[in-house]
Design a protein around this ligand. Structure first.
Ligand code: G4F
Length: 389
């Protein structure tokens, strides 16, 4: 099996951990925050690219920052938290000139691209933004890296969505791409482009073809977090019911902190390559919900079929899950299962936490968080006009 490497290129060994510095593009997200923790613990100097927004979105990394209240300088890329090994910089993937300048200034040994529009359902509604952020931005960054004087190791966050309706199961690095949504198309483009830059220019470029990886830091519009938060609120008596889409969808769900460790190992390896990151086990949305509710002491039974199916508490008979067609996608990737044997062999990576364990872990954390929240925080306004979240 090939990891789509460039065997003729000899790459210099990775620098020692104390000399390593990384730029994480997307540091405020689930993966970016865990990766920052992982690299800082490994002795790295870490730089994070932060997008300007009217509201701060740094809750996932506040605990890592030396001076949580300070902000990146509005008109310069001067370090924010001097003295710490974590520095945040304002920037944007679409602002190519400033990105090039930043790369030159901080001269990282590694760059991790974890940013972009990551919601598959939403990619049907904003396909152009999805392709700009996930495909064209990767191209822009590859070009910027190609022009740097000192070679930089580059990690690209690819996705199981490149396989869509796959010819093989489980899928591996050689499975042909067959995406079924704009998000998967953009990721397929970027993954192939990374292969081209690796082979054409001998660049140290890796794609992690990650299957779903979840955690208590997951955004609330992904199905896992929607379920565990919903279950915790119902358990606390703060919510009665919530709606889902395709309960039959099966996913290979893993635990995000384990996945970021694999990303770092890819860039520390002798040769670049593409690796499937997956647990190899799947469960359905229905199974995930059942496990999350069970962890909170609530037995759930599903009744009915299709749009009339409901999830019902067996203790009270109350309906706690309904089906809302707004959450169905025009096309949904099939039962995606990954074969991560290459990552095991070449990187020594083997994930331990799978599907329903992830559900239980997330439900426990959300129960504790909800117990500490004020009621109005739990009932914060949601815009019901927004579809497919
Ligand atoms: O949680 P999801 O939205 O994740 P999805 O679409 O698999 O994508 C995630 O994993 C990919 C692989 O790693 C990433 F590339 C991507 O960026 C993202 O992180 O949906 C999972 C499944 C789907 O089949 C969806 O149709 O759950 C189904 N589902 C059922 N009800 C729902 C819902 N999904 C969402 N978001 N909301 C629902 O109410």
């Amino acid at each position: 099996m090939t990891a789509h490497r460039q065997p003729s290129t000899v790459h210099r060994g990775a620098p020692s951990s104390s000399a390593r510095s990384a730029l994480i593009i997307g540091i405020t997200g689930q993966d970016g925050s865990y990766l920052a923790e992982h690299l800082l613990a490994g002795g790295y100097t870490v730089h994070g690219l932060v997008r300007r927004a009217s509201m701060f979105n740094r809750s996932r990394i506040d605990h890592l920052r030396a001076a949580p209240s300070s902000q990146p300088a509005a008109h310069s890329s001067k370090p924010e938290a001097q003295g710490s090994r974590l520095t945040l910089h304002y920037g944007d993937l679409n602002d190519r000139t400033s990105l090039r300048r930043l790369l030159k200034t901080i001269a990282p040994s590694e760059v991790y691209l974890l940013a972009g529009q990551s919601h598959v359902g939403l990619s049907f509604e904003i396909p152009e933004v999805t392709c700009e952020e996930n495909a064209m931005a990767t191209l822009g960054l590859l070009e910027a890296l190609r022009d740097l004087e000192n070679p930089v190791r580059f990690y690209h966050a690819s996705s199981s969505e490149i396989f869509g309706l796959p010819a093989d199961s489980p899928q591996n690095e050689a499975t042909p791409f067959n995406p079924v949504n704009p998000y998967g198309c953009a990721k397929a483009f970027a993954t192939q482009l990374c292969r081209v830059y690796r082979s054409a220019y001998g660049m140290f470029v890796c794609s992690g073809i990650s299957y779903n990886h979840e955690s208590p830091r997951r955004g609330e519009n992904f199905v896992t977090r929607k379920i565990t938060l919903g279950a915790a609120r119902i358990k606390a008596g703060r919510q009665a019911v919530f709606a889902l889409g395709n309960l039959d969808a099966r996913r290979d769900w893993g635990y995000a902190p384990e996945y970021v460790a694999a990303m770092a190992r890819m860039l520390q390896a002798r040769q670049p390559g593409d690796y499937v990151l997956a647990t190899g086990k799947t469960c359905s949305v229905r199974d995930f919900a059942t496990a999350a509710f069970a962890e909170l002491g609530l037995e759930l039974k599903f009744k009915g079929k299709g749009a009339g199916e409901t999830g019902v508490r067996t203790d009270t008979g109350a309906v706690v899950i309904t089906i809302d067609p707004r959450f169905h996608r025009p096309a949904d990737a099939a039962n995606l299962t990954g074969d991560a044997s290459l990552a095991k062999k070449a990187l020594g990576w083997a994930p331990k936490v799978t599907g329903t364990d992830v559900a239980r872990l997330m439900a426990r954390v959300d129960r504790e968080a909800i117990a500490g929240l004020k009621p109005e925080t739990c009932f914060k306004h949601r815009d019901r006009r927004v579809r497919r979240d």
